[in-house]
Design a protein around this ligand. Structure first.
Ligand code: C2E
Ligand code: CA
Ligand code: CA
Length: 238
């Protein structure tokens, strides 16, 4: 599935995150929140990650071949996939095989991955960046090590999850935290994406503090590939 990301100032689609869905034979869908933790325990997550990356390279290649206007895709890397050097060879292999412009694919690494062996992790992230791909730190602010990881990690994009504002009475305080994080990101030359944005007031506020790129139910839910293609086409016609 694809969840578009929008520039809230211009209203244009500027990217999309690739999110997996397990569709059963009766058509019902199991969410990744259910099976990913199991795959992380039994190790199958590495194969899932590689499958989704390949599908994403393939989709970009296909869109280029048919002359489709396209936006960069963002794919997830599980922390398990980052535990060995295999990941470098796999991504380098896909790059060689599909030969797509590297700016069309970003990799997201969840913040909780950063608590493992940082030296190896930094080296692996740098190798992926050296191949030309941008790295986003996912779920920033939801873990424990935010400031340290921000200081040490070679990243390009910071993804802030608005989920932590949900159920809070004290919106002022949450807003202050978000605006400080965005200022910090700007000082570090990182671009920012806010995800889990559900209301227009959240989006307007984010825009007012300098975070233009929005991903969330306000604009669109994750959708199947054909629906996403139609959306890209109609967006470029308008
Ligand atoms: P994530 O990477 O943080 O992905 C964002 C999740 O937030 C998605 O859930 C998305 O549907 C949901 N979301 C987006 N906008 C909103 C909103 O406005 N409100 C709310 N309440 N939720 C919103 P999803 O698709 O269920 O994925 C859950 C998690 O599963 C992902 O969190 C990611 O950690 C993992 N995941 C999904 N696909 C993959 C994959 O291909 N590989 C790996 N390694 N992990 C994946
Ligand atoms: Ca993500
Ligand atoms: Ca996230």
């Amino acid at each position: 599935y694809f969840q578009p990301q929008y520039n809230h100032s211009s209203g244009t689609m500027v990217g999309a995150e690739v999110l997996c869905r397990w569709i059963q034979s009766d058509g019902s869908i199991i969410s990744p929140g259910v099976f990913i933790p199991i795959f992380e325990k039994n190790g199958f997550i590495k194969e899932l990650d590689q499958y989704i990356w390949r599908k994403s390279f393939e989709a970009i290649k296909h869109w280029i071949d048919i002359g489709e206007d396209l936006v960069p895709l963002s794919v997830n890397i599980s922390r398990i996939s980052l535990e060995t050097d295999e990941i470098i060879n796999v991504i380098a292999g896909l790059k060689d095989e599909y030969n797509i412009p590297t700016h069309l694919l970003h990799f997201e690494i969840t913040e909780s991955a950063y608590i493992n062996d940082q030296v190896q992790l930094i080296r692996r992230i740098n190798e992926i960046r050296n191949l030309g791909f941008a790295i986003a730190m996912d779920d920033f602010g939801s873990g424990y090590s935010s400031l340290n990881t921000l200081k040490n990690m070679p990243i390009d994009i910071l993804k802030l999850d608005m989920g932590f504002l949900r159920g809070t009475q004290n919106m002022d305080r949450g807003g202050n935290i978000i605006s400080s994080l965005i200022r910090m990101a700007q000082d570090l030359d990182l671009s920012t994406v806010a995800e889990g944005v559900e209301t227009i007031s959240q989006a307007d506020y984010l825009k007012s503090i300098g975070c233009d790129v929005i991903q969330g139910f306000l604009y669109a839910k994750p959708m199947p590939e054909n629906q996403f293609e139609n959306l890209v086409e109609s967006a470029h016609k308008d």
